[in-house]
Design a protein around this ligand. Structure first.
Ligand SMILES: [Cu+2]
Length: 580
């Protein structure tokens, strides 16, 4: 038997933390480090030397204070708290150019906000392509009165990894003609993956050699060590730059229900529980699933596989192991890992999405909307640069954060007029754009407070006419109700009738499927400036987003720390203020 020592790894079993003091205060240093995330050396963005960054563990109602020191030395940094709504603190949302200036090298900025709602969240860089460079970590907000019952829990933070650095990727995507970054070299689970070896090599899979880890190797997998006949909560988040994923746990032939996953939470909201063999997860989404262990005799280990969905995979499945207590440490697993579903089985993905409903007890959404905003998603060319555009405008985020220009009435913000339904009605979504030219813009959509807004995301064919891609859309500052999904072009006055107004799930991220539409509803109840964008980082980099301003009058009265506005026109304004 070959000497395999991959079980000598850190066990990342999260212990339940004691009653909270109400304030979680942390000091973080953000710095480039050399690590071996997939058994090959690479440059990652680490926090306090850790990659992924440290897990934030707070309780609903806590104030979270994080002093972020930028030690990247040649570039700015910001951190977005994904899933936290930032009620009353929109300046702490951490979106560069929207809610703050990037933190300068050598400087410290303090994020200070309340985590008002329990859930599985994460945080990540929101400047350039720093998420792709590994700036991310988990953020768990516990409920003081948790209704779910379980014996233990694990965090699984999923990401994708390229050997090419994020700066090169940025340059590739901004080149003329655009150079595509390609598929990721590895998928990572908690920052750990295997590129040139496999945990399952002895099944002759992929012609890879067997992984041989040393103690504390960066790329040794996070093993989930479990006891029989217990319930575990797996908190799963996807912070991939590109890949849509599927996660499956190996079943046991002897147990009909063996290792099924009961989905109980999505994006920090409880859902009506349903049971599946595997879950789909898009970038920006989080789930909690309950896994019931059985009692294998003799005790053994089982695979957990993570594979790519929605793009022709060129990336090997990520693997780790569910290790029952008393299972032999050094034995091979008896069966090959489960293979995640075919990448282009979109019907299967949609079936999963359509199983998600709000748990009992959530109030239904308002019955009618005040406004309907159509957002047509297209791929375009601008001066021979490849861009993604919404209603034919490719977003270019300005140097001066919107929140500052609005706060001080600097008159540089253009409020974009929603183009209405016409843009969708006149457009053939099955064909590449007839007029591929788009314009760059930094206009934003302006909403009064207390409005019920429906957003209809409409997908279309890409430039070369070879298909339509999945876009997971993420809204900052809000949860929204997912009212429905449909095929083809949205039919005004017809498709609204199919909306689920009874128990739609609340989310902050939702998938837009190829050639289809997705409808969502939210209430403008959070004064601030909020990014709404495709969570695929290269797509956002190429302009795939819009910005919502909400309660502009309220923003004008807000106490916004000067520290977030030390760039662009707001810096000038603040410097000249007081000089007469
Ligand atoms: Cu996208």
């Amino acid at each position: 038997m070959s000497v395999v020592v991959w079980w000598l790894v850190t066990v990342v079993m999260v212990t339940v933390h004691s009653a909270s003091a109400g304030v979680v205060e942390l000091n973080w240093e953000v710095e480039y480090k050399l690590r071996w995330p997939d058994c090959k050396e690479g440059i990652v963005i680490a926090i306090n030397g850790e990659f992924p960054g440290p897990t934030i563990d707070a309780t609903a109602g806590d104030t979270v204070i994080i002093h972020v020191t930028n030690k990247l030395s040649t570039e700015g940094v910001v951190i977005h708290w994904h899933g936290i709504r930032q009620n009353g603190t929109p300046w702490a949302d951490g979106a560069a150019g929207v809610t703050q200036c990037p933190i300068n090298p050598g400087e410290t900025f303090t994020y200070n906000f309340i985590v008002d709602k329990a859930g599985t969240h994460f945080y990540h860089g929101h400047y350039g392509m720093q998420r792709s460079a590994g700036l991310y970590g988990m953020m768990i907000v516990r409920s003081p009165k948790e209704t779910l019952q379980y014996d233990g829990e694990f965090n699984l933070l999923l990401s994708d990894w390229w050997h090419q650095g994020s700066h090169a990727q940025e340059l590739y995507l901004s080149s003329r003609p655009m150079r595509w970054i390609g598929e990721p070299q590895s998928l990572l689970i908690n920052g750990r993956g295997q590129f040139n070896c496999s945990l399952a090599a002895y099944f002759n899979e992929g012609g890879l050699k067997e992984c041989k880890f040393k103690d504390n190797d960066d790329c040794a997998p996070t093993i989930l060590r479990v006891e029989p006949l217990k319930v575990y909560r797996l908190r799963i988040a996807s912070t991939t730059a590109l890949a849509s994923l599927n996660l499956a746990v190996e079943a046991d032939c002897a147990h009909v229900q063996g290792h099924q996953l009961e989905v109980v939470e999505a994006d920090g909201n409880y859902v009506a529980p349903f049971t599946v063999n595997d879950i789909d997860i898009y970038s920006g989404e989080t789930y909690s699933v309950l896994l019931r262990t059985h009692n294998p005799t003799p005790s053994r280990k089982y695979w957990i596989s993570v594979g790519v969905r929605g793009r022709k995979p060129n990336t090997t499945q990520a693997l780790t192991v569910l290790h029952y207590a008393d299972a032999p440490e050094y034995d091979h697993l008896p069966y090959p890992p489960p293979v995640t579903p075919r990448w282009d089985d979109y019907d299967r993905s949609k079936t999963f999405s359509k199983k998600i409903f709000a748990a009992k007890g959530y109030p239904p959404p308002p019955e009618k909307s005040d406004e309907q905003l159509f957002l047509l998603n297209t791929q375009n060319l601008m001066d021979k640069y490849t861009k993604w555009a919404i209603n034919n405008v490719s977003l270019s985020v300005p140097a001066t954060p919107y929140i500052g220009t609005i706060r001080y009435g600097l008159k540089t913000v253009n409020y974009q007029k929603p183009p209405g339904k016409k843009i969708v009605e006149d457009y053939d979504i099955t064909k590449p754009p007839v007029n591929p030219n788009t314009t760059k813009g930094n206009g934003i959509y302006n909403f009064q407070l207390g409005r019920v807004v429906d957003v209809i995301l409409q997908n279309s064919n890409v430039l070369n006419g070879r298909g339509s891609e999945i876009h997971p859309w993420h809204l900052h500052g809000h949860d929204f109700w997912v009212l429905g999904y449909g095929e083809g072009k949205f039919r005004l006055g017809v498709d609204e009738k199919t909306y689920n107004l009874n128990n739609p799930p609340l989310r902050n991220t939702v998938a837009l499927y190829p050639y289809g539409w997705t409808a969502l509803r939210f209430v403008t109840d959070n004064p601030g400036v909020w990014f709404f964008h495709c969570h695929i980082e290269p797509h956002l980099h190429m302009g795939m987003g819009v910005v919502f301003a909400e309660g502009v009058d309220q923003i004008a009265k807000m106490d916004i720390p000067n520290a977030v506005l030390g760039c662009g026109l707001t810096r000038e304004f603040l410097m000249n203020r007081g000089r007469h």
